[in-house]
Design a binder for this molecule. Structure first.
Ligand SMILES: [Zn+2]
Length: 343
């Protein structure tokens, strides 16, 4: 029987790992990503809408009765609906047999996971690891069902590459999860393409006296200045976070507008968007953009700058985009780091 002190120490180690992961924008952005540990029949899981980065300064873990969560899943109810404070991915964490589970939006992983030929590449890159490809499935109960089915066919897997989504790692202790994360990251690492510089003078002139501003993260301009990235972005949505960022849930928000067409009407035309891409110039952000949206835009540029011109991108279908929970989107978009520093 595990002592109370041992459980407490393990929870603290999970919080420290969560904090480290949360402070790496190449691993998680805003309130995306989640971690859990199963201790004495209790599933300790990240609370919905909380930022992993706040793990040490915030009560971010929710304790749930594991048998009750499993029963909930069996009866076809999403545990994140039964327990509204719990992560959207509670079902997945409960379904995985490992004690410690970590889910991240690692940009290197995503850059592979959005490709039609991902399984073939991953077979080489992850050779020797016990990994599994999971084709894109909506978060929550559907994703946990897909993983459950895959485990029934090939049990014992501890690395899951989620198509068009991210990475999941499971292990019996926290150290093993962290080691496996480092290994997968190293194997999937891609050097991002450098993007042409932004036209800061043009952007500054444009935003004068407006509700718009330049982003704090200079790399974000690549979304608009890099021709390869623009081609990839204009063709469709390849990650659920894009649907959350785009009011129309289409690629429209990610298509750069030519600077010459940037007439006096642009402010009203794009008033629903958190950001605007100006062709060859760079990116403008609404002053009212939320910290969560800022973090997600920064993550997006890191993914797209890792995709080559020849990458066969698997775009989400209309049905898949329609299946992205609006409610979940708001949880992410409106979430604010409790540290209040906008990261
Ligand atoms: Zn996710």
């Amino acid at each position: 029987m595990r002592t109370h002190t041992a459980s407490h120490a393990e929870l603290h180690r999970l919080l420290k790992l969560t904090h480290r992961v949360g402070n790496d924008p190449l691993l998680t952005q805003a309130s995306t990503g989640n971690s859990s540990v199963k201790l004495d029949g209790v599933l300790w899981i990240k609370a919905s809408g909380r930022w992993m980065a706040d793990a040490l300064s915030n009560d971010i873990l929710v304790p749930l009765d594991l048998p009750a969560v499993k029963e909930c899943i069996q009866s076809g109810v999403d545990p994140s609906e039964r327990y509204p404070g719990a992560s959207l991915e509670t079902a997945m964490h409960a379904t995985l047999p490992q004690r410690v589970v970590l889910h991240v939006h690692c940009v290197d992983t995503i850059s592979w996971a959005v490709r039609n030929d991902a399984p073939a590449h991953l077979r080489n890159l992850l050779e020797g690891l016990s990994w599994q490809w999971i084709p894109y499935t909506a978060s929550g109960l559907p994703l946990s069902r897909t993983i459950e089915q895959s485990l029934s066919v090939s049990p014992g897997k501890n690395v899951f590459i989620l198509g068009n989504h991210g990475l999941v790692i499971g292990a019996e202790d926290i150290e093993a999860v962290e080691n496996l994360l480092a290994e997968v990251r190293a194997r999937l690492a891609i050097a991002p393409r450098a993007s042409p510089p932004a036209d800061y003078a043009a952007l500054r002139e444009t935003v004068q006296g407006s509700l718009w501003d330049l982003p704090g993260d200079d790399e974000v301009h690549g979304l608009a200045t890099d021709p390869i990235s623009q081609t990839i972005l204009a063709a469709g949505l390849f990650h659920p976070c894009q649907a959350i960022l785009s009011p129309s849930r289409t690629a429209d928000a990610f298509r750069a507008i030519p600077y010459r067409e940037f007439s006096g009407h642009w402010q009203s035309q794009h008033r629903n968007q958190p950001f605007v891409l100006v062709s060859e110039c760079g990116v403008l952000m609404r002053r009212s953009i939320t910290p969560a949206e800022v973090a997600m835009v920064s993550g997006l540029v890191q993914v797209v700058q890792r995709l080559s011109a020849s990458a066969p991108v698997h775009y989400l279908t209309d049905a898949e985009i329609g299946g992205i929970s609006v409610q979940a989107g708001w949880r992410y978009k409106e979430s604010t780091s409790q540290r209040g520093d906008g990261r």
